[in-house]
Design a binder for this molecule. Sequence first.
Ligand SMILES: [Zn+2]
Length: 243
Amino acid sequence: MKSELAKLVQLQKTDTRLRQLKNNINTAETRRAELEDEFEKHASSIREIQNRLEGAKETKSGLEKDIAEAKVGLERAARNLKTAQDTKQYEAAMREIDSLNRQVSNFETKILELMEVIDETSATLEERADEVANLESDWEKRQAEFEENLETERAELEELSKARKEVFSGLPDRLAAIYDRLVSRSRDGIAVAEVIDGSCSACFMSLRKQVVVELKTTNEIITCESCTRILYVDEQKEASAVS
Ligand SMILES: [Zn+2]
């Protein structure tokens, strides 16, 4: 590759990486907030299961007390039945026994339903035991990774910005001006586009065969006929694709 073009390619690669780094750093706060949201959702889904389990256990023990009370009432009603002096007392005792039996049966049905909830939620928590136990520490690890990665990217940005200055100052003024003009005109910041499978990788226009051949032989800078970006062929990549 011609040395001028090689410099342009290097500049483009540097600028593309710089753009990516700047974007990552600029969106760090949003991404951090997303990470926190995700953790919060996760933690609250586990809390919700724990709360359902606790709630079911509490309601169940309340119902057990109600059953015990109803049974005391049943014993009393049974005694009343035995000692009934007349039909009225007898019928009153019978009605009480009926009513209490219905209550007990209702409570027992509810308890069965609650036991299903208890079994189900306990099983889920059992299955997710590791996750529950590691929730906090995993979260701390992810946070640390995030901050560490951000620090690394900040350092890379600083270093690469210095390197960029050097590459840029090594370019002839004419090319530097062309490069700047092309970058400022494109939304993606691409001024130098690789030719991939005979097409411009920036605008995807298929290039004429002759242009592709010329790219490999001429010393001139060749631009895309469609988007005017400077074109290059990665010869190393081509060579390894052939072999
Ligand atoms: Zn193009």
